[in-house]
Ligand binder design. Structure first.
Ligand SMILES: Cc1ncc(COP(=O)(O)OP(=O)(O)O)c(N)n1
Ligand SMILES: Cc1nc(C(=O)O)sc1CCOP(=O)(O)O
Ligand SMILES: [Mg+2]
Length: 207
């Protein structure tokens, strides 16, 4: 399966009271990967919501990725996204199997991406590219990093951090395969606008 297009990421605060309707609206517009990102420690809610997303993703033939929690990913038989402080990648690859999608946060460092590739990552994520209200304070990345990554890595490259329809085109022009977006997608006023934005993000890959 080709990892290219919109990578929608949920946010529990932003989506409070409209979680499934907004996610479904995004899937309607086209989502390559959907990440369930919930930084709370409410395990029962996390399991319930992740199961609901897995069922929704099956209906829309979208791949579900769980942020941080490889055990939950293994339980649901879906992918996982790991940051640099979320534990080593190799044992998680062994746990989830060769077909599972495993993503790795590489911040602004090509060397981290090289290491992730060696350990079996399915894609590498660089960020932030723009200011992010969802996760402020992460190191910032340049477009040149994307050029270097595309030249030296043989893995799909994901960009994250403050991405909107107004600023995403240069990222795609510099070879980004996946645009990972929270607020620029789910910060919409209504579900119709979420669907419109998802479609418009995908259009950027056809230009
Ligand atoms: C696609 C994607 N890229 C980067 C991140 C950030 O991961 P991490 O550094 O582990 O931070 P948290 O998201 O866990 O706060 C991501 N989740 N997804
Ligand atoms: C989860 C996350 N990781 C980042 C990084 O830079 O590693 S930025 C980020 C949040 C992305 O949300 P938004 O699209 O609203 O900026
Ligand atoms: Mg993490």
């Amino acid at each position: 399966m080709k990892l290219r297009g919109l990578y929608a990421i949920t946010d529990s605060t932003l989506l409070a009271g409209k979680f499934l309707s907004y996610v479904e609206a995004a899937l309607e517009g086209g989502v390559t990967l959907l990440q369930y990102r919930d930084k709370s420690s409410d395990e029962a809610r996390r399991l319930r919501e992740a199961e609901a997303l897995r069922d929704l993703c099956e209906r829309y033939k979208t791949q579900l990725i769980i942020n941080d929690d490889a055990e939950l990913a293994a339980r649901l038989n879906v992918g996982v996204h790991l940051g640099q402080t979320d534990g080593p990648l190799s044992p998680i690859r062994a746990l989830l199997g060769s077909k599972a999608i495993i993503g790795s946060t590489c911040h602004d460092q090509l060397a981290l991406a090289g290491q992730a590739a060696k350990e079996g990552a399915s894609y590498v994520a660089f960020g932030r590219f723009f200011n992010s209200s969802t996760k402020p304070g992460t190191p910032s990345c340049s477009l040149e990093l994307l050029d270097d990554a595309k030249r030296t890595l043989h893995l799909p490259v994901c960009a994250i951090g403050g991405i909107t329809l107004d600023n995403a085109a240069p990222l795609v022009a510099h070879g980004v395969d996946l645009l990972a977006v929270v607020h620029g997608l789910f910060g919409a006023e209504n579900t119709a606008e979420v669907t419109r934005r998802a479609r418009a993000f995908n259009e950027l890959f056809k230009a």
